[in-house]
Design a protein around this ligand. Structure first.
Ligand SMILES: C[S@@+](CC[C@H](N)C(=O)[O-])C[C@H]1O[C@@H](n2cnc3c(N)ncnc32)[C@H](O)[C@@H]1O
Length: 315
């Protein structure tokens, strides 16, 4: 079976980024290169794109697939997007026309049994985007105490049964360590009521897996840092486009865009602005865009996507 990663809201991403010939774009989350390919095609014949991914396998796959077609127009680098502020200028992308963040994981990663992202994989519970850095999820599951696991599942998964799941993990690992994704998913399914509201549509371990992935990759801090750095790189008129897949991500994106749209960060009780900060962004999609029913049917991964886009102002 071949795994394919269908780019989410691809037409909308291209419309919002509005790539043109001669443009310079950064794809901060290259994945399978679906969006990158669309951006390069839309900026024919000489637009350039720098693709980043923390996962070396994504870089290698896209190099093989798109390198021959786009040649020097496509530059690739394995990097965390939290470092885009230093990495992009090193690659000749110090002032850019657009930057895309398509958050989370790709279908390739989900399907890779050795990565532990999917519930049914019997491979090790790893969940790192960059397998050379940080601590795998199995280590968190093996070492955090019940209170720490509860806090993690609540904070990053908004999991209503966090305490119950954490206690079951601690109990189970006394007998034998939890090594694989399917062991953990099975445990969560056993200890949580399947009839609880909102749990019927999704696998019972969805929130626990989301929480572990966020913690292992320090995803929310990386997002905050990446957005701030990307904005600094944008030329006036340059576009920032972000696709998020759950409320924790979307909240960070929304607050970031709102703050940069407002500029002033003075507290409301201060009668006259003393911070002097000017608005740096104009919102292009104040409420965000979501996929059509047809897209969700064709690509269930798009189900929870929300696109937010903004344009850099002169300030
Ligand atoms: C949803 S996929 C992107 C799919 C891509 N837009 C496409 O059309 O194929 C997200 C990718 O971002 C990468 N990623 C997630 N967080 C990252 C980070 N902080 N820095 C760099 N890459 C990251 C993941 O490894 C994954 O390959």
């Amino acid at each position: 079976m071949t795994t394919e990663h269908l780019p989410v809201l691809a037409d909308e991403v291209v419309e919002m980024l509005a790539p043109a010939s001669g443009g310079r774009h950064v794809d901060a989350t290259l994945g399978g290169g679906g969006h990158a390919e669309r951006i390069l095609s839309a900026s024919d014949p000489d637009g350039r794109l720098l693709g980043l991914d923390a996962d070396g396998a994504a870089i290698a796959r896209v190099r093989a697939r798109l390198g021959p077609r786009f040649g020097a127009r496509l530059q690739l680098r394995q990097a965390n997007f939290r470092d885009v502020g230093s990495v992009a200028p090193e690659e000749g992308f110090a002032a850019i026309d657009g930057c895309l963040f398509d958050l989370g994981l790709s279908s390739f990663q989900l399907a890779d049994a050795d990565r532990g992202f999917g519930f049914r994989t019997g491979g090790p519970l790893d969940m790192r985007f960059d397998t050379n850095r940080g601590v795998p999820a199995a280590e968190l599951i093996a070492t955090l105490d019940a209170a720490e696991l509860t806090a993690l599942f609540r904070r990053y998964g908004e999991e209503p049964f966090a305490g119950r799941i954490a206690r079951a993990i601690v109990e189970t690992r006394r007998a034998a360590p939890i090594h694989t994704a399917d062991e953990l998913a099975g445990l969560v399914a056993r200890v949580t009521p399947s009839h609880a509201p909102g749990r019927r549509r999704i696998h019972p371990a969805t929130r626990v897996f989301q929480a572990l992935r966020i913690a292992v990759n320090d995803e929310l801090d990386a997002l905050q840092a990446g957005l701030a750095s990307a904005l600094d790189l944008l030329r006036p008129g340059g576009r920032l486009v972000v696709l998020s897949y759950h409320s924790l991500e979307d909240r960070i994106v929304k607050r970031f865009l709102q703050a940069e749209r407002r500029g002033c960060t003075c507290p409301p009780e201060v009668p006259v602005c003393v911070c002097g900060r000017q608005p740096r962004l104009r919102l292009l999609s104040p409420k965000g865009l979501v996929p059509s029913e047809a897209e969700v049917t064709a690509n269930p991964r798009a189900r929870s996507a929300r696109l937010r886009a903004a344009e850099r102002m002169a300030a």
